[in-house]
Write a protein that binds this ligand. Structure first.
Ligand code: PBG
Length: 332
């Protein structure tokens, strides 16, 4: 019964599942996801991370099983983060470029067994640094230009191990250009750079730092990671990264920064990635464990929102669960 003369009724396009399907603006398929894996030395090791239920640190054999599982679900892209023994850490992240580093061995093993997998590295000093910072520390300062050659060397070593893309997560000025030049000089012209373009000094990295025991030993990361209050500055970072040759640009974290994702998407001619970080994962898992939220609905809504905001690519710990959900709802 129509009591009012209302020619405009948006509800007509929501009246059935069929019409909702016709007008749906955004679809998030699992081929847009990058699944982060925490890797360890040794064999047959799988260590749970207390603040990230469902995510483990894994040795090579376990990682291979995880990659196989992911590929079967349609997730083909991975980023590897090394959990390194404290005894191997020093002020200049030497282990990050050591041929002994298990990180390179694991990358090679994945590419040998699953050549169809796309692998992204983490370029930063913090997993290997006794200071827990992403740059060289001198008299309490993080020194940009002393850090750049270390990042360049680490990138070349990673390209040699077979990574498809290098992921600088450090936020030093000029690192994309320096890394591109080093890769090209070493003949790795086919290795890409997915730059952490707008990486904010965020509280949402807490569980990740638990996973790698990589929290800064002193101070914070505010002199290099961005101020959560700023958006224009992200555009400046994006311009620089594009000029320096980045192949994809990332915004990190994702959920509190959807406006930044959109801002970059509107002006950049490169694919935009967003990192749905550890704290975002932990929040949802914790609420679900308490029965305070419907996890099965909230999780895909979260990822869809990041895609709708403009992220072409999403790095997420939910990757496998999302892919399984997608399969269920799209019946394959
Ligand atoms: C550090 C790095 C961090 C993350 C990825 N690389 C943490 C930090 O900057 O301290 C965080 C990822 C996450 O929280 O899921 N190079």
């Amino acid at each position: 019964m129509n009591l009012w003369d209302l020619p405009q009724r948006p509800r007509r396009n929501r009246a059935s599942a069929a019409v909702r399907g016709l007008v749906r603006e955004t679809h998030l398929t699992p081929d847009r996801l990058i699944y982060p894996l925490f890797v360890l030395d040794g064999t047959n090791r799988r260590e749970p991370i207390a603040s990230m239920p469902g995510i483990d640190r894994m040795s090579e054999d376990q990682v291979l099983r995880e990659v196989e599982k992911a590929l079967a679900l349609g997730v083909r892209a991975f980023v590897l983060f090394p959990a390194v023994d404290e005894a191997l850490k020093d002020g200049v992240a030497s282990y990050g470029v050591s041929p002994e580093n298990f990180y390179f061995r694991i990358a090679r093993a994945i590419k040998a067994r699953f050549p169809e997998a796309w692998l992204m590295s983490d370029v930063a000093m913090d997993p290997y640094s006794s200071d827990g910072h992403d740059g060289v520390v001198k008299e309490g300062q993080i020194v940009n230009d002393l850090t750049l050659p270390i990042l360049a060397k680490m990138s070349v070593a990673q390209a040699e191990a077979g990574f498809d893309a290098i992921g600088p997560s450090d936020m030093m000025d000029g690192r994309v250009g320096v890394i591109r030049e080093a890769l090209d000089d070493a003949g790795h012209t086919g290795t890409g750079i997915l730059s952490y373009t707008a990486k904010y000094a965020s509280a949402f990295y807490g569980p990740f730092r638990d996973a790698l025991e990589s929290a800064p030993k002193h101070g914070d990361k505010k002199t290099y990671q961005m101020d959560p209050a700023n958006r224009l500055e992200a555009l400046r970072e994006a311009e620089l990264d594009m000029a320096e040759g980045a192949d994809m640009l990332m915004v990190k974290p994702a959920l509190c920064y959807l406006d930044v994702i959109l801002a970059l998407k509107q002006v950049c001619d490169r694919p935009i990635a967003a990192y749905n970080v550890s704290g975002e994962y932990a929040m949802l898992k914790a609420a679900a464990e308490k029965g305070w939220i419907d996890y099965g609905k909230a999780m895909p809504e979260m990822l869809l929102s990041i895609h709708r905001a403009g992220a072409d690519v999403i790095l997420t710990y939910f990757a496998l669960e999302y892919a399984a959900h997608w399969r269920q709802t799209h019946g394959q």
